[in-house]
Ligand binder design. Structure first.
Ligand SMILES: Cc1ncc(COP(=O)(O)O)c(C=O)c1O
Length: 490
């Protein structure tokens, strides 16, 4: 890519047009971010002109630094406006039962969740070993927060049929050291909304904070409710809910890098902040994890919300919901496939009841047909499944999906399940993560076609191996495999 020099840095600078051509050439290998054929990672409203607007707004504020709101009042004004909009949508603000809601704009859902856990932890400095209660369906970011913040994680199992935790189990998991109880609206994997009101009530009864992770659904459920869908109470209208996260870079359709973390009042938010004056440099106060923050994502989100407005989001939610029903029908029409949950939000998730129809092979067959779905490994009694995050841009594609799914299923049946060599399967089932040596990892990766280059087109063998491994080994293998990809280019 470069003449002389190393990696991204040539000896002499490359002309702008050529640099852009390089990036476009690299981007050609990516999954399609637009067009409604990628059911994870991206959120596409399919609205003409919106990208251009967001891009222009992004560029306007890209070099503005959120580090100091007094130096850049434009950013503060846009952040406060985003927080106001999110709070209002989620049952807070003047005239509601939560008039004092405040919040912060963070860089993403994971950051919002880490900060919700940090605020709860730091509100209880008296506890030497703080704990966090999360249903097993909760996003992995809660585990990351617990890990980063040294908070013990108490996971509550979910029912294999309803995919929700029993409220009594949540109550039983709360201990004197519990600083936060979390739940999801909805949980990502299956799109199921937890019994938020009941969970918040058991947390409130013992004076513990309750966070609702609405990172995924916080910007869709309120519109779906307005459209007449039976959306249960999950926001600040529920008494015991003390904080809510909602990602604008998901269903608010803003470019990546924006989430909002809301607290019922400023006192609850206070321990989220980090202020520091005990050094010779500038006095530092950070509401979020990052210190220097680009204004780009915030301005782009502001432009997106202003441009779409309530009417736009309502229209997009209706399109999304129609797409969800169409996709669910397509799944129901294929023998051997079964919806894991009746879609109640914007996720379609299905599994296979037929051993001859291997889901991981099916995912590869869909990929080969230009449809990019997300495989989910079997976990704690739940079967492996295929996840579809559905956005408004899928609506015009739904009629094409049915035949593609049927064709992919027929091809997957004809190909048969992945046949891992029995010794490899036995190894996956029995190997202790500590026993993995660099040689073993290199051998496994080579056998699976994983290495320094792009991932193979067909990933069924990789998923089958991971599926056969216990959770800790899965984690270790994933870390090692991704580590193989992340190597400098010279
Ligand atoms: C429910 C939920 N919470 C948290 C997250 C994490 O968000 P992010 O990937 O923006 O860090 C996600 C992402 O999909 C999510 O669906």
């Amino acid at each position: 890519m470069t003449e002389g020099g190393t990696g991204a840095l040539p000896v002499e600078g490359v002309p702008a047009e050529r640099v852009l051509a390089e990036i476009r050439a690299l981007r050609a290998a990516d999954r399609p971010t637009h067009g409604g054929r990628l059911f994870a990672y991206v959120y596409d409203p399919g609205v003409a002109g919106l990208d251009e607007l967001a891009r222009a707004a992004y560029a306007e504020s890209a070099h503005v630094n959120g580090l100091d709101p007094t130096a850049f009042p434009s950013l503060l004004a846009m952040e406060n406006a985003l927080v106001g909009a999110a709070a209002r949508l989620l049952g807070g603000g003047p005239g509601t039962s939560a008039p004092d809601v405040v919040g912060s704009v963070t860089g993403g859902g994971t950051e919002s969740l880490i900060l919700a856990v940090k605020a709860a932890r730091d509100a209880r400095p008296d506890l030497a070993e703080p704990r966090l209660v999360v249903p097993a369906s909760g996003h992995a970011a809660f585990a990351k927060a617990a890990h980063y913040l040294r908070v013990a994680l108490d996971t509550v199992p979910v029912d294999p049929v309803t995919l929700r935790p029993a409220v009594a189990d949540v109550a039983a998991a709360i201990r004197p050291e519990t600083v936060l109880v979390a739940c999801s609206a909805p949980a990502y994997a299956h799109g199921v909304v937890d019994p938020v009101a009941e969970i918040a009530a058991v947390a409130a009864a013992v004076g513990v904070r309750c966070h609702v992770d609405a990172c995924f659904g916080g910007w869709t459920l309120p519109w779906l409710r307005r459209l007449g869908e039976p959306v249960p109470a999950f926001d600040f209208a529920v008494d015991g809910v003390t904080s809510i996260s909602v990602d604008l870079h998901k269903y608010a359709y803003a470019p990546k890098g924006v989430s909002v973390l809301l607290h019922r009042d400023a006192a609850l938010r206070a321990p989220q902040y980090f202020g520091y004056a005990d050094w010779p440099g500038y006095t530092m106060v950070n509401p979020v994890i990052a210190s220097t923050r680009s204004g780009g994502p915030i301005a782009a989100a502001y432009a997106t919300l202003r441009h779409l407005g309530e009417a736009g989001y309502l229209r997009l939610a209706a399109l999304t919901r129609a797409a969800v029903s169409g996709l669910a029908d397509a799944v129901r029409a294929v023998d051997g496939l079964r919806l894991l949950a009746e879609p109640e939000s914007t996720v379609v998730c299905f599994t296979s009841d037929d051993p001859g129809l291997d889901l991981f092979v099916l995912v590869d067959e869909l990929t080969a047909r230009g449809w990019h779905t997300q495989p989910q490994l079997g976990y704690a009694g739940l079967p492996a499944s295929v996840h579809l995050t559905v956005t408004a841009a899928v609506a015009p594609r739904v009629a094409e999906f049915g035949p593609a799914l049927a064709g992919a299923a027929a091809a997957a049946r004809a190909a048969g399940p992945v046949a891992l060599p029995p010794e490899l399967r036995a190894l996956a089932a029995s190997l202790a993560p500590e026993a993995l040596t660099p040689e073993l990892i290199a051998g496994l990766a080579a056998g699976l076609g994983l290495g320094a280059g792009p991932a193979p087109d067909r990933m069924a063998a990789v998923h089958t191996l991971l599926d056969a491994a216990p959770v800790r080994l899965r984690e270790r293998l994933l870390v090692e495999f991704v580590g193989l990809l992340q190597r400098p280019t010279w």
